[in-house]
Design a protein around this ligand. Structure first.
Ligand code: PLP
Ligand code: ZN
Length: 406
């Protein structure tokens, strides 16, 4: 029997294990936990090999058997995925980690890795018959989901903090989304979205972080790609700037699925969560050895995409860190901006503030001896630096055209 386009079988509660029907719109389990997509991996193992992928398009849809969209006609794409692994040899050597490599998600449509979750999430919303998607965001997710909703012909309703990077507002508006700005944090935006969804029943699918199961599947492709790009093996360490934690949960899930397929051998990489010291609930929980986090008060950081005071999937992030022997690290805004600039000068690689936080974390982990310096360390640059012009303090002299160059 030939393999279907998607090997999706069902959804499973990440906490209580209850099984849910994947072929209708689903949000959280009755127990309040996110749902995870499950696949017939035995069937994929029997009918597909890594070599079969070689000639497929260089987008995340090359992994379609391991993605939830059943009908190729429902794929929504702007060419997302297969971002490069870029070595950072000079900056890496300067901090004692010459094997430092960046996966550059700044090159993806909409300028952030949120496009991965949006492509797969919107495609699946379209497939399940949704009319529109609604979500709170710190900016990049809203921009990506609004853009992919436009691509799919769906409506979008987005709410974000007024302080979110202003370009992300412009992106939502340009894509024709209904946009609300709130004086508050992402949780306040979430309350507004919940009211809007309740006020218009049947119109909006709730696409808030982890409240629908398919954003993880899109972000999971970062883990699939890292393994494929390294010749079907994992690096020693993967370092991820963590807000809601979807990317880290997704990468962990991807590597487990690849191991179940027998495509990935050897130990799991150690997974590291990085947060800003102005909003570090996962780090605080990790340091206490706890399995869930407490809401962070007065959250504030220049790395706006990781300003998440309480993540719905915190227990999944913490499980992944404990299981893989990883760590959680907090870094200051001043440090991450300084490391961003040093890396740009050393290697010509300019990262977004969230991505730059991973550079600081690697430096600190090397200083502490947690990294020996021999490891291959992959950091995720989750977005394009150009989306954050307000984080640069550059003040060169302005010359009059009539002036002589000094
Ligand atoms: C959303 C975002 C993050 C955090 O992603 P999560 O999967 O929610 O942890 C990191 N960096 C950037 C640029 C983001 O937009
Ligand atoms: Zn449950």
């Amino acid at each position: 029997m030939t393999l279907p386009f998607s090997a999706l079988t069902h959804l499973e509660c990440a906490r209580c294990g209850r099984r849910h029907d994947a072929d209708r719109v689903q949000n959280l389990c009755a127990c309040g936990s996110p749902l995870l997509a499950r696949y017939d991996l035995d069937r994929v193992r029997d009918s597909l090999t890594p070599a079969d992928l070689a000639d497929r398009p260089q987008t995340l849809w090359r992994y379609h058997e391991l993605l939830p969209v059943r009908d190729p006609a429902h794929v929504v794409t702007l060419g997302e995925g297969m971002t490069p692994l870029v070595p950072l040899p000079r900056y890496g050597a300067s901090i004692g980690v010459p094997g430092l490599v960046m996966k550059d998600e700044g090159l993806i449509p909409t300028g952030s890795f949120k496009a991965r979750g949006a492509a797969v999430g919107v495609a699946r919303a379209l497939e399940l018959g949704a009319r529109g998607i609604a979500m709170p965001t710190n900016g990049n997710a809203g921009a990506a989901w609004a853009t992919y909703a436009a691509r799919a012909g769906l409506e979008a309703l987005i709410a974000m903090p007024a302080d979110a990077p202003s370009i992300t507002r412009a992106e939502c508006a340009a894509a024709g989304a209904g946009l609300y700005l709130v004086n508050g944090l992402i949780g306040d935006a979430g309350r507004l979205v919940a009211e809007k969804i309740a006020a218009e029943p049947g119109v909006w699918m709730d696409a808030a972080t982890l409240k629908e199961p398919y954003r993880i599947e899109g972000k999971k492709t970062m883990g699939l790609e890292i393994a494929e790009q390294l010749g079907w093996r994992a690096p020693d360490v993967i370092v991820y700037p963590t807000g809601g934690g979807v990317g880290l949960i997704g990468i962990h899930k991807a590597l487990l699925e690849l191991r179940a397929l027998g495509w990935l051998r050897g130990p799991m990489p150690r997974l590291v969560s990085v947060q800003a010291s102005g909003c570090a609930p996962i780090v605080r929980a990790f340091e206490k050895g706890e399995r869930t986090s407490e809401p962070w008060q007065d959250a504030r950081t220049v790395a706006f995409g990781i300003t998440v005071p309480k993540a719905l999937g915190d227990f999944l992030v913490l499980d992944a860190l404990y299981e893989t022997g990883g760590r959680a690290v907090a870094v200051d805004d001043e440090e991450l901006l300084a490391d961003r600039d040093r890396c740009a000068a050393a290697d010509g690689a300019l990262l977004c503030p969230e991505g730059a936080a991973t550079l600081s974390a690697v430096r600190v982990l090397r200083e502490q001896g947690w990294l020996s310096g021999d490891e291959e360390v992959v950091v995720l640059n989750t977005g394009a630096a150009a989306k954050y012009p307000e984080t640069f303090r550059v003040d060169p002299p302005i010359l009059e055209l009539t002036d002589r160059i000094p």
